[in-house]
Design a protein around this ligand. Structure first.
Ligand SMILES: *Cc1c(COP(=O)(O)O)cnc(C)c1O
Length: 455
């Protein structure tokens, strides 16, 4: 009786597998709806009881109530924020990871899983042009990656400069840098040197000028370049920033959480020139490399300082660090985490099955959708206007004459009608509309259908 929960129960397995099979076959995946707190509260009321419930009933409640109150990020009509459209192979392998209880901390416990994850990190490092020495680990998201990398930047600078904990340190960022970096700086007690952008793009020249004009340039220890802003997909002048970083001895971190996937797209690869000089680099496969949540790749040019900063000293962990240091790799040593899911494996499986060409094609599909939509707006929608030429797969555009409330009302109706999930965004103080293309199954017919509602 005590083991009941851990015994194989064929009925529950069939129930859940049947549900998964059905979910995997949705084509297209429906958008579904925002939740109503009162209704959700009512259906959940009393569910967690001493005696439990029939799994069929609980699954039905999930299917009919809870899952309908989740907007599907893998719908081809989900064009807000950054969608998440995993390959079927990656989704399936996520289930394998889930039923195998892999502890992704250490080589001792999970060498097989870590070897495969590292193969993917190697592939990404190669695409970025990072040296053979590069390495890192998979973390939960871009925020976790930025935090882990900038802690290493901070501590190596402190060490190099012989500074104590209270010393003033700053990291150069732009006015377009992602909010997670601002969060990181708050967490790690480092100030910002805010560098103005030119057409929303951080350049080496602007960084150099900001440092030259600063009264305390010695306190600036790192710079963050963005390889694809989340709002408009703008890639900073990475080569220029790298040059200034080298001149001034700054740690060069590249936040490619969304746009890093463009390294796989030949049509835009040149925009990333200079990324090969990064000291650390983050890309979220759960964004534009078609992995399920939550999966971010964090790579260091030289992993040794990262290991020095992040290795946790707990006596029960000593055994993890007594092996062959050249060959053994403990992902836990390269970010602030300890326990971790082997979250790189779904991507590894999908890459191994489909090959990198399929990824290049799928990333290019998003870029093409953004370009074609810009063309379509110019050709056929005189009341709409492209705000900025798309560089990657995001497109910012406006409906002439609309105010903020028009966009919000339109967006809400669009979702209600299940035509699209397209939320307004801000652009230079104005509310405008934005598409984030990513799902290769999004069609120009869907785009037209959405644009037609903005008459
Ligand atoms: C999405 C994003 C992040 C944050 O990544 P999470 O995976 O959501 O934590 C950071 N930087 C950029 C540029 C992003 O697009």
């Amino acid at each position: 009786m005590t083991q009941r929960m851990h015994r194989y129960d064929a009925r529950t397995v069939d129930l859940v597998f049947d549900y998964m099979r059905e979910r995997l076959q949705y084509d297209p995946v429906p958008l579904d709806h925002p939740g109503d707190g009162e209704r959700l509260g009512a259906v959940l009321d009393g569910l967690l009881s001493a005696g439990g419930n029939d799994p069929a009933e609980v699954l039905k409640l999930y299917d009919h109530e809870l899952s309908r109150a989740v907007i599907s990020a893998d719908s081809p009509r989900y064009l807000s924020f950054i969608p998440c459209a995993p390959t079927k192979a990656a989704l399936l392998f996520d289930m394998v990871v889930s039923c195998a209880s892999l502890q992704g901390i250490s080589w001792l416990e999970a060498a097989g899983a870590i070897a495969a994850e590292n193969q993917v990190l190697r592939l990404i490092s190669d695409r970025a042009g990072l040296p053979e020495s590069a390495g890192g680990c998979f973390v939960s998201g871009g925020s976790a990656g930025n935090l882990s990398a900038l802690v290493v930047a901070r501590d190596t600078a402190r060490h190099r400069l012989g500074l104590g904990i209270g010393a003033r340190l700053r990291i150069a960022v732009s006015d377009q840098t992602h909010s997670s970096v601002t969060n990181t700086l708050n967490i790690i007690g480092v100030e910002k040197l805010l560098v103005p952008t030119e057409d929303h793009r951080l350049t080496g020249a602007a960084l150099r000028a900001a440092l030259a004009a600063d009264e305390d340039p010695g306190s600036v220890i790192a710079v963050v370049g963005t390889a694809g802003t989340t709002n408009a997909g703008i890639v900073d002048d990475l080569a220029g920033i790298a040059e200034v970083a080298r001149e001034s001895g700054l740690w060069f971190h590249v936040d490619g959480a969304y746009g890093g996937a463009g390294l796989f797209a030949p049509s835009v690869r040149a925009k990333y020139d200079g990324i090969e000089h990064a000291d650390s680099f983050v890309v979220d496969p759960h964004k534009w490399l078609f992995a399920p949540f939550d999966c971010a790749a964090l790579v260091y040019r030289d992993p040794r300082p990262a290991k020095a900063v992040h290795t946790q000293d707990a006596s029960y962990l000593d055994v993890l660090h007594t092996g062959d240091h050249e060959r053994e790799w403990n992902p836990t040593d390269y970010a602030y985490h300890l326990t971790r899911r082997a979250r790189g494996l779904p991507l590894w499986f999908s890459l191994a099955v489909h090959g990198t060409d399929a990824y290049s094609e799928a990333v290019e599909a998003g870029i093409r959708l953004a370009r074609d939509t810009a063309e379509l707006i110019r050709a056929e929608y005189p009341h709409l206007e492209v705000v900025r030429e798309p560089e990657l797969s995001c497109l910012v555009y406006r409906r002439r004459g609309w105010q903020a409330e028009d966009y919000y009302a339109w967006s809400e109706q669009l979702l209600k009608d299940q035509v699209g999930f397209v939320t307004p965004t801000g652009w230079e103080g104005e509310v405008v509309s934005r598409f984030a293309f990513l799902h290769p199954g999004t069609t120009m017919e869907m785009v037209r259908e959405i644009l037609d509602t903005m008459a």
